[in-house]
Design a protein around this ligand. Structure first.
Ligand SMILES: NC(=O)c1ccc[n+]([C@@H]2O[C@H](COP(=O)([O-])OP(=O)(O)OC[C@H]3O[C@@H](n4cnc5c(N)ncnc54)[C@H](O)[C@@H]3O)[C@@H](O)[C@H]2O)c1
Length: 451
């Protein structure tokens, strides 16, 4: 099939390369000339495991092309995917200007029947919005259909998520159009949900809001554990083994970030309110997430006796491991607080430092975690990168001048940290600091953790 993908970001690029890998002719379009030039030169604008090789292979075989010329790309295609950004406005409402501009572009280029597929995360009703724009702006009276096909890939595992999604959601106005999109995905042999456009749009928001709520629930439990002498790591392990609950998205920490959960939860809340439902449950999940970094930073300030003149190493900048994306990353809150309190900050992240340099050119960027920690009063772990999980803690301690480790991801065993001489401050592990043994657990006190 001839496919065009408008918007060559995380979603558009991965969607485009996977469809081309399945044998389709794909043109990826972006308005960002620099991005297209990079891609044509074989340089990936984002970090994603396996992406570069797959792009190179399909580009070499001529099935995958990159352009800024939307009009000719749309003309050559039977199916046009919209995968542009849908950032939030100040009040949480989704800004659909990029979707609108893509739809106008499609309208201007349409010369024969096309299926226009919305892959961007868009509020319920956007399918009609896109249909209206194309209908009123098309130059020729050619027919088209609008489908919703929300994306569920996760940054860091985007290729494998796209090849093996839990489900593929196709919201179509009729069965014939649904079958056309189903045919595209058929080689993946994954479960498919065929539904109407509005329900497909809602599935995406409901899923993300549910996962965000699950994280906020774990964080709320963590906050009680902290005072009650329980260890949230053990608590969520005990909860997650219940098949009705599941362990995914049930870890306590410094809060969720990234380009999706914060904006999608606010957008769904906005939609709910528009329809007269205040959605108190989702409001509370958002509020809990807003408070979580503030709580953590408060603990940092308390343990350090203020930030003025302190040397602090921040380990991990990306909003989660295996991505270079720093959008709404909790590292931004931590670094902002440290700098405004007068601390000297040095950071290390395996791949997100280049992005962070655009935001904070004034802080230090180290070659590795030990260099970042050199002479530091405290180390803050913000991202759960594998290389931090089994870091040589003895060496870390010797490198630092202080002994405080703030762990926003609960990566370490509190009892072990105490034995090593750290003042270890994590999330929701109160007085319990459990050291797992066989067959039971030993309860110890985590020195320095405020009740
Ligand atoms: N990133 C994720 O993990 C993820 C996962 C699922 C869904 N989504 C959703 O997918 C959509 C895209 O997200 P993303 O992270 O890929 O965004 P992104 O910002 O990485 O990429 C969007 C791209 O669209 C381009 N663009 C915007 N308007 C354009 C136009 N009119 N013509 C051509 N190009 C245009 C931009 O230049 C940019 O390169 C969003 O709605 C997002 O919520 C993202």
């Amino acid at each position: 099939m001839n496919i065009c993908v408008i918007g060559t970001g995380y979603v558009g690029l991965v969607t485009g390369v996977v469809f081309s890998d399945l044998g389709n002719e794909v043109i990826c379009v972006d308005k960002n000339e620099e991005k297209i030039a990079l891609l044509r030169a074989g340089v990936m604008p984002i970090y994603e495991p396996g992406l570069e090789e797959m792009v190179a292979r399909n580009a070499d075989e001529g099935r995958l092309n990159f352009t800024t010329d939307l009009e000719s790309a749309v003309r050559k295609s039977d199916v046009v995917f919209i995968a542009v950004g849908t950032p939030p406005k100040e009040d949480g409402e989704t800004d659909l200007s990029q979707v609108e501009s893509a739809a106008r572009g499609i309208a201007g280029a349409m010369d024969r029947y096309k299926v226009v597929v919305n892959k961007s995360t868009v509020p319920v009703g956007t399918g009609d919005f896109v249909r209206n724009i194309i209908e009123t702006n098309r130059r020729r009276n050619v027919d088209f259909d609008v489908v919703s096909n929300p994306e569920f890939l996760r940054e860091g595992s985007a290729i494998s998520d796209t090849l093996q999604p839990d489900r593929i959601v196709i919201g179509a106005p009729n069965q014939i159009v649904a079958m056309k999109i189903l045919e595209l995905y058929a080689p993946l042999e994954r479960p498919m949900i065929i539904t109407d456009v509005a329900s497909a749009e809602m599935i995406k928001y409901a899923s993300n809001a549910f996962l965000a709520t699950k994280i906020s629930f774990a964080n709320a439990i963590a906050n009680i554990c902290e005072s009650a002498g329980a260890d949230v790591v053990q608590v969520v392990k005990g909860m997650g083994l219940d098949q009705r609950i599941g362990a995914a998205f049930l870890s306590a920490g410094i809060g969720y970030g990234g380009s999706c959960f914060p904006k999608d939860t606010r957008s769904l809340l906005h939609t709910a309110q528009k329809y007269g439902y205040p959605f108190p449950l989702l409001s509370a999940a958002i509020e809990t997430n807003d408070q979580q970094p503030r709580r953590f930073i408060g603990k940092m300030e308390q343990a350090l006796g203020g930030f003025e003149g302190k040397k602090v190493a921040v380990l991990g900048l990306a909003f989660k491991a295996n991505t270079d994306d720093i959008r709404e990353a909790k590292s931004l809150d931590v670094i902002t607080a440290l700098l405004s309190g007068g601390a000297q900050v040095t950071t290390y992240d395996p791949i997100a430092m280049e992005n962070m340099k655009q935001v904070f050119p004034q802080i230090g960027y180290a070659k590795n975690a030990f260099e970042a920690a050199e002479g530091a009063d405290a180390v803050v772990v913000v991202t759960e990168w594998n290389e931090f999980k089994q870091i040589n803690l003895d060496r870390l301690k010797q490198t630092m001048s202080g002994n405080i480790v703030f762990d926003g991801r609960n990566l370490y065993d509190p009892a072990k940290m105490r034995r090593l001489g750290f003042d270890y401050i994590c999330v929701g592990r109160g007085e319990a600091g459990c050291e797992p043994t066989v067959p039971g657990t030993v309860r110890t006190t985590v020195k320095g953790t405020p009740a």
